[in-house]
Design a protein around this ligand. Structure first.
Ligand code: UDP
Length: 313
């Protein structure tokens, strides 16, 4: 297959490039490098089936020749990034999804949208199944990301219904692994880098909020299976092993062997406003329709991620 990955120089996008190349496909990675980095794909330069295009997907996209599939991952998924770049976040979810769907229609390509667990907002149903409609504050700080993805889902379904584009929607829950940006502000790089530097781990509020963390190779496997399935409705992909952020901090300390302290901090900026109190995927649909569930235990995935950051800290 000849496959386009928008956001191909990002954390998840670059791992998807690796996987699809290993499967024998031709891969075109597109990225405007606003938060993605050429470092993530430098090892692919010169690969005969790999091609990189620097382009902002909110502008018209031209690709020469046929395309069999489009993975639309371009986005600003870190709270720190979408708080800094709120308009760009809305534009890439809305205009970028419009452009990539238009391209898929033109090329008769299958289209997979990378959506998010943030469509569930601060959830009132727990764990979150796909048929939960969510609890999102459209005018809160997270609204720019959440609503851009909700709009992207609606647009994807509209192209499916009215233009017969063959579409897929994955709702990605917290994912971690090598190639996360050290400064992307999320809890995994923050805690690991703080632990490796001997700095206090910044646990927001009381650390009672919960998340569950999926290793990137598990996520990529699920995304590939979803592309090849015939499931048009959204599918959750994530690891259902839920824990509190305080518990997660202790695990990072244990695995890094760090003597860092835990610092309970209370951000006064928008970082923790509307921060979901709990989050955990109901993955029964992915198990049923894709035969998928995570394989990499947290300890193993964290070891790989810590090794990656250790080289860079
Ligand atoms: N968090 C924290 N300390 C940090 C960064 C994040 O306690 O240095 C918390 C954050 O408030 C949230 C959770 O960790 O409750 C996960 O945050 P992250 O930004 O990784 O992703 P989110 O799931 O909120 O999109």
């Amino acid at each position: 297959m000849r496959i386009l990955i928008t956001g191909g120089a990002g954390f998840i996008g670059s791992h998807l490039c690796d996987r699809l190349l290993a499967d024998g496909h031709q891969v075109i990675a597109m990225d405007n490098l606003s938060t993605g980095s050429v470092d993530n794909i430098a090892h692919l330069s010169g690969h005969e089936r790999f091609h990189f295009i620097k382009h902002d997907v909110t502008n018209y996209i031209f690709i020469e020749g046929p395309l069999d599939a489009v993975f639309h991952l371009a986005s600003l998924p870190s709270p720190v990034d979408y708080l800094n770049l709120p308009i760009q976040t809305l534009k890439v979810g809305a205009l970028g999804t419009h452009k990539t769907l238009g391209l898929a229609l033109e090329k008769q390509a299958r289209f997979l949208l990378a959506s998010t667990s943030e469509v569930y907002g601060d959830p009132l149903v727990h764990p979150q199944p796909e048929d939960y409609w969510g609890n999102v504050n459209p005018v809160g700080p997270r609204g720019v990301y959440d609503e851009s993805k909700r709009f992207a889902e609606a647009l994807t379904m509209a192209y499916h219904k009215y233009h017969n584009v063959d579409t897929r929607i994955v709702r990605i829950f917290n994912t971690y692994g090598p190639r996360m940006r050290m400064d992307d502000g999320r809890v995994v790089p923050n805690f690991i880098c703080q632990a490796l530097r001997g700095e206090p781990l910044t646990v927001y509020d009381e650390g009672k909020r919960t998340r569950s963390f999926c290793y990137v190779s598990d996520l990529v496997e699920g995304m590939v299976r979803l592309l090849h399935s015939d499931e048009v409705e959204p599918v959750n992909l994530g690891n259902p092993a839920e824990m509190t952020i305080l518990d997660f901090a202790h695990r990072v300390l244990a695995l890094t062997g760090s003597s860092s302290e835990i610092a309970f901090v209370h951000p006064t900026d928008a970082r923790t406003k509307d921060d979901p109190k709990v989050r955990c995927p109901d993955i029964s649909k992915a198990q049923r329709v894709l035969g998928w569930e995570p394989q990499v235990p947290l300890e193993e995935g964290l070891r790989q991620t810590i090794a990656y950051f250790r080289e860079r800290v």
